[in-house]
Write a protein that binds this ligand. Sequence first.
Ligand SMILES: Cc1cc2nc3c(=O)[nH]c(=O)nc-3n(C[C@H](O)[C@H](O)[C@H](O)COP(=O)(O)OP(=O)(O)OC[C@H]3O[C@@H](n4cnc5c(N)ncnc54)[C@H](O)[C@@H]3O)c2cc1C
Length: 290
Amino acid sequence: MQTEFDLIIIGGGVAGCSAAITARQRNLSTLMIYAGDGALGKTKKIDNYPGFPDAEGPKLLQALREHAAHMGAQSVRSLVRRVMPLGDQFSVLAGNDVFMSRSVILAMGTSRVKLLEGEEELVGQGVSYCATCDGMFYKGGTVLVIASDAEAVEEAAYLSTLSKVLYVKEAPHDTAGLPESVEVIEGKPLNLSMKGEQIVLKTDRGEVSADGVFVLRPAVAMTQLIPEIETKNNQIVLDENLQTSVPGVFAAGDLAGAPLQAAKAAGEGNVAALASAKFLLLKKANAEKE
Ligand SMILES: Cc1cc2nc3c(=O)[nH]c(=O)nc-3n(C[C@H](O)[C@H](O)[C@H](O)COP(=O)(O)OP(=O)(O)OC[C@H]3O[C@@H](n4cnc5c(N)ncnc54)[C@H](O)[C@@H]3O)c2cc1C
């Protein structure tokens, strides 16, 4: 599969599909990466989406995805864990795959992630969300995996090839595939803190410490996905073209703020895709001048 795109859209709901359709109309090579069906997939009936009275959410979503594919947008079902600005491109880590893009649209809806107490303060100082990106930093040491679903099992198995792995469940799930060397710690994770060079996890059954902690959940908080983006009162700061504080990164849909409505998400997907096309054209023109 192609790994370099003009535009990567994170999210495959109304906003993401609408952005993909318009981006293809503007001839941008486009990849839409989505982990699931989002809010529309949970909506039994939606009666104010223009042109589709009494629409069923999952059917409307299916039609939007087919439209995006018909226009030539590629798509991958995967959870994006990190977007990293690299020179004038972005590296997008989805599962264990890395894709490159010249612009990005964030269309991840409103999925909220409940962080552990102390977690946010320790991001980059021992707390990581990506085994592939940061596993090597702890080679030969001990790492703690705080896991919410069975997908974390594979990541923990990879980490166990580098380090001693302690595994704590944040939510119940099957751990059948864990290598024997991985030690499962009982207890509900409560908070994280630093003690000297070690990170300490307090659970309801005691404490456990490690050199690094990998928090592996099926959703990623916006601030961890791309920490460079400016937010105010928990809301992404956007200009009139839906561009974030990081040039080339745009946002659309529920993630961009109220009203949380499908028609607004579709409109914003369109605006963000057009703004992304304009951004890429200007960048190309400037590069040709130099
Ligand atoms: C029960 C219910 C009823 C509703 N009724 C109405 C109504 O009557 N009228 C109306 O206009 N609106 C209604 N809404 C709201 C409407 O569904 C949303 O406004 C709309 O779906 C938002 O679209 P979106 O694309 O922004 O987000 P979503 O549809 O939530 O899509 C988000 C996408 O991002 C993906 N994603 C998230 N994080 C990641 C990640 N890290 N990596 C990869 N993918 C990721 C998700 O898997 C999903 O594909 C309703 C919502 C609900 C829940």
